[in-house]
Design a protein. Structure first.
Length: 497
């Protein structure tokens, strides 16, 4: 019976002590940083010494120690003034006192909901809509940006807690843009809500962003603003092209038109050659007339330069063939004796050309365009072919342009490294992928000087790499002869010390 009464008494004392150790505002309340808060504490004590901040991450500040102390038996009620730091983690005030048993004691009052925006967290992250905007160049446009009000958040709690509502925001716009009638200088933030209209200027902002962040002015001035979000801005340049019904002028004139010009833009036309051709009539209209002045067969460049408010876009150029097209060089793209072909092209392709005639050793091949695959005898190597071409347009046919194409020996391709050399060289062989041989070795190396005198000779037994000392050779040009059975290949070697 005595044990039951003792347990009941301890429970009653614990309940009274718990009830007596209270603080107002409650620890669960939301508190603004940077402002003085008057706290009322009720505690079971004989005396109260002080109230101190307890270090967790950032200390709050005790502005005024206990005052208005009221004693009612063993219950003491008093006030103190505290100020929370601008940090969104829990902050604690500790009361130091002497309890009813005469022992020194403490009581922690911890507040986890500090309305600070200092530390980034998902509760305080603005999610603007739209996330990006396209603003036409050379005109002012209005764009509505909106989002749900964010909350304060404590990311150090597990799980993180969100509380309160943030209703004040600010925007950083490109210079010349405006919000609510306030024009931006590009560096000063402008106050706004969570549903605003921003207005573009004529030209700035391409590739930039509208930056948005929550602010804490509802709590106090001078508090840290929240994490930034952004709305990306695109002000794309127009796609400009020149088109024509024909890219050649045999005689008289032809018309050319600039496409893609935005409203309000202007164009200036010019020619690379004003002797053989000229602009007839308007040189600032969207369509221009180009006339042939002489009988010269040539290619000229027509250029359109478009200007739009503050923008001058990169010039757009279009080639025009005057009369019979002038021949262009032939390029060799691929020599493939294993398959039996040479790939060639005319670069650049001529404007206005209807077709090309390709010839091999003077014999007309199957008709092709500016790119052709010329058939050759398969696996026949170490031979020259004469490749030629004519371009044909409505004005006539160009003269022939020639290219001698050498098909190198089939078999191995030998490499010398380094070249030029001073002390030693390494000769290696790699299989020529365009031929069908599998032999990839050599068995003799000879080095001759420029007069044909043998300077070095070395025999091997079917190797694919060898190193030779050439430090005793004087500066000059030499030839290396590499032998693989009956196949021989010569390469030039330069000694340079």
């Amino acid at each position: 019976m005595k044990k039951i009464l003792l347990s009941t008494l301890i429970l009653i004392i614990s309940i009274l002590n718990c009830y007596a150790q209270t603080i107002d505002p409650l620890e669960s309340s939301e508190q603004c940083p940077g402002v003085n808060v008057t706290f009322t504490v009720t505690i079971t004590a004989q005396s109260v010494q002080s109230v101190q901040p307890k270090a967790l991450n950032v200390n709050p500040v005790v502005v005024q120690q206990p005052f208005n102390i009221s004693v009612n038996g063993s219950i003491i009620t008093f006030n103190f003034i505290g100020k929370f730091s601008d940090y969104n983690n829990k902050q604690t005030f500790t009361v130091y006192y002497t309890n009813t048993s005469g022992l020194s004691a403490t009581k922690d009052f911890t507040f986890p909901k500090i309305k600070s925006l200092l530390t980034a967290n998902s509760c305080s992250q603005v999610q603007p809509s739209p996330a990006n905007i396209t603003a036409p160049r050379c005109q002012t446009s209005d764009f509505n940006i909106s989002f749900s009000n964010v909350q304060y958040g404590n990311p150090f709690e597990s799980p993180q807690i969100c509380y309160g509502t943030v209703s004040n925001y600010e925007y950083l716009l490109p210079a010349g843009w405006s919000l609510g009638g306030t024009s931006s200088n590009g560096s000063t933030w402008i106050a706004g809500g969570n549903n605003v209209t921003v207005t573009s200027d004529l030209s700035t902002g391409d590739g930039m962003a509208i930056r948005i962040r929550p602010t804490n002015i509802a709590c106090a001035s001078g508090l840290v603003a929240g994490q930034e979000s952004s709305v990306s801005i695109s002000r794309p340049a127009p796609t400009l092209t020149i088109t024509a019904t024909q890219d050649y002028i045999c005689s008289g004139c032809a018309s050319f038109t600039i496409n893609g010009m935005p409203s309000g833009a202007t164009v200036q036309w010019s020619l690379s050659n004003t002797t053989d051709a000229s602009i007839s009539g308007c040189s600032t209209c969207s369509t221009v007339s180009i006339c042939r002045n002489t009988s010269a067969n040539t290619i000229i460049a027509l250029t359109a330069t478009v200007t739009h408010c503050t923008f001058t876009y990169p010039p757009v150029t279009h080639d025009i063939s005057l009369g019979t097209p002038s021949p262009n060089p032939i390029n060799v793209d691929l020599i493939d004796p294993a398959v039996g072909r040479i790939q060639v092209d005319v670069d650049p392709a001529l404007p206005g050309v209807l077709s090309y005639n390709w010839y091999k050793n003077g014999v007309l091949q199957t008709a092709h365009g500016s790119f052709a695959q010329i058939p050759i005898t398969r696996d026949v190597c170490d031979i020259y072919y004469s490749i030629s071409a004519k371009a044909i347009n409505s004005c006539g046919t160009s003269s022939l342009v020639y290219k001698d194409v050498y098909v190198p020996p089939c078999g191995n391709s030998f490499m010398i490294s380094p070249n030029p050399a001073s002390n030693s060289i390494t000769i290696s062989v790699s299989q020529n992928k365009t031929v069908s041989t599998t032999n990839n070795t050599f068995d003799e190396i000879r080095i001759y000087d420029f007069q044909g005198t043998l300077k070095k000779y070395q025999q091997y037994k079917m190797v694919n790499q060898a190193t030779i000392n050439v430090s005793d050779l004087i500066n000059g040009t030499y030839f290396i002869e590499i032998t693989n059975g009956t196949y021989k290949e010569r390469k030039q070697l330069i000694i340079q010390k």
